[in-house]
Design a protein around this ligand. Structure first.
Ligand code: FMN
Length: 353
């Protein structure tokens, strides 16, 4: 698994335009949160079970009523066409073949309708609430019509985090790719990039509104505290995703791996809690799942795989993660996701400062 991921990373680094590579890799500020993400998973220690029949391990699980063969989910990320000409169409095609679910970004560089046709498995739509609320609502409705089974509302981005590796706050994406899902909803003469800016005045009422507009469950992504998860559930969220946006928003925000237990405690089984940030191996996922996460999202490694080998690369990367998880579950004494529980993991050591 590690070698496949490292191979994709090296190929992506060699072949991508350096500006695109920097955009993918970047974190905000001094990149403290970005740096700590992977180490925070490694700080947990496992308490394996023994003498269990682990001759076959099943990764199948349920996410909001959808059965998936693997608990790895592709995180929403902008502009996949910068990595591969088929963009998100290749990503969703490759993801479904690996038995996984993908989350498609508002900033996708292929139309929601094309993505819906290309999808070989379930997908959710990630919404940003933009200054023009009608734009967001139109996208949610189109996503629902195109086959999305849930909306992931990202709430950690009232303003886009400042990334020193990227000039300004965003990469220079050609307009025809930046606007691909927004263009048809803009009034004549409107400046797409301005209309597409996130609305910094957004409050929890938007959760119910989007659920009504799309007729889909809404998960809230970007939650790092128990009390905030509670607010989201009260406002109608069907689930939460513990995330610091891959270290791209508030630098020095707590690692997701450390925030996860607090959020799980507050949610207390009322809704699924997913997590992302620095998940790179089967054992990272095992820690998250034993703590109680319903699934783990993977970001950058999917882009490296997409850049390296297109849809086949995405399938290979997700299958390798699944195989790695299957192996470590067996060695930890678990034959299925339902066998994992918090008694199998012990508290985080302090992450390296
Ligand atoms: C290049 C890039 C673009 C991203 N774009 C979005 C986005 O459009 N919407 C969103 O909710 N999160 C976005 N994210 C954050 C990811 O969904 C996810 O939280 C993060 O990448 C997980 O961390 P990992 O890359 O360490 O796996 C982006 C991340 C990257 C690396």
């Amino acid at each position: 698994m590690l070698s496949l991921s490292a191979g994709h990373l090296e190929t992506a680094r060699r072949t991508l335009d350096p500006a695109v590579w920097d955009y993918y890799q970047a974190g905000s500020g001094e990149e403290t949160t970005l740096r700590e993400a992977e180490a925070a998973w490694r700080a947990y220690r496992l308490r394996p079970r023994v003498l269990r029949d682990v001759s076959s391990v099943d990764l199948t699980t349920q996410l909001l009523g959808t059965t998936v063969e693997s608990p790895f989910v592709v995180a929403p990320m902008a502009f996949h066409a910068l990595a591969h000409p088929d963009g998100e169409c290749a990503t969703v095609a490759g993801t479904g073949k690996a038995g996984c679910l993908s989350v498609v970004s508002t900033r996708a560089s292929r139309t929601l309708e094309d993505i819906g046709v290309a999808a070989t498995g379930p997908w959710w739509f990630q919404a940003y609430v933009m200054r023009d609320r009608g734009l967001t609502e139109a996208l949610v409705q189109r996503a629902a019509a195109a086959g999305a089974r849930a909306v992931v509302l990202t709430v950690d981005t009232p303003y886009v985090g400042r990334k020193h590796k990227v000039s300004g706050v965003r990469i220079a994406v050609p307009d025809d790719q930046f606007l691909v899902n927004l263009a048809q909803h803009l009034l004549p003469g409107a400046i797409g990039r301005e209309a597409a800016e996130q609305d910094p005045s957004m409050t929890p009422d938007v959760i119910r509104r989007l659920a009504e507009v799309g007729g889909l469950p809404v998960l809230v992504k970007g939650v790092l505290r128990g009390d905030e998860a509670e607010r989201c559930l009260e406002a109608g969220a069907a689930g939460v995703i513990v995330s610091n946006h891959g270290g791209r928003q508030l630098d020095r925000a707590v690692p997701s791996a450390l925030a996860l237990p607090e959020v799980l405690e507050a949610v207390d089984g009322r809704a699924p809690v997913l997590v992302d940030g620095g998940v790179r191996t089967g054992v990272d996922a095992l820690v998250a799942l034993t703590l109680g996460a319903a699934a783990v999202l993977v970001g950058r490694p999917v882009l490296w795989a997409l850049a390296s080998e297109g849809a086949d690369g995405v399938t290979a990367a997700l299958e390798a993660l699944g195989a790695d998880l299957r192996h470590v579950m067996a060695v930890a004494g678990a034959a299925g996701i339902g066998d994992l529980d918090p008694s199998m993991v012990t508290g985080a050591l302090r992450p390296p400062g």
